[in-house]
Write a protein that binds this ligand. Sequence first.
Ligand SMILES: [Cu+2]
Length: 238
Amino acid sequence: MTRSRHLLALTAALFVVAGPRAQADAPSGSVKGTVLFEGEAPDQPKLKRDVDPKCSQDKVDEAIVVTKGKLRDVLVRIKNGTMGKHDAPSTPVVIDQRDCMYAPRVVGAIAGQKLAVRNSDDTFHNVHGTLAGKMLFNKPHAPNDKDLSLDNPAEAGDVLELQCDVHAWMHAYAVVQDHPFFAVTGEDGAFEIKGLPVGDYTLEAWHPVLGIKTIPIKIGKLKRGQVSARFSYKASDR
Ligand SMILES: [Cu+2]
């Protein structure tokens, strides 16, 4: 084999290796952080639920849930309109009606993604959906009925609200994005959003009662692009 043929073979081999690997190694990163609640956590009064004897468990108001200074039910996302076009997944976002509460209380959805509402209770619920105060649907949901499959016409930035007219304390929120770069905090207030291309972004937090906060973040090429972020709410944000 001549030297030039050797070189040609080597170049071809490198090209084959470099092709797919270049894509997998495309610089991307993640943002990981916590949502805090500063100051004294608001009271969570016990709910009066004697309207329905089937809702016999003791439950407290979940408007603002703070555990050891961490805030639950915050949807954290990259600001809408900055991540290109993303189709809705064919699988729905599931919200369960369990112990006469919505679980989870806050979910994220991609524009066009359906909602599936489940009834795990041995009682009747009524799933009443509104968008900016306008009624979208109002469906009875009996025990043992299959999941309700609900179209979600909300657009990025909208919040579709669910409530139950039988159990007035039941409220849930489906927050809609035009991309999949979002997370919702649990009791530990933690969130992580992965797969972000290198760049500058606005990170936005949304809470049903405490509202929106934003911070700028920068995903760089170094340190595998992992950045940390922290949001802080307080009672006066209400
Ligand atoms: Cu109900």
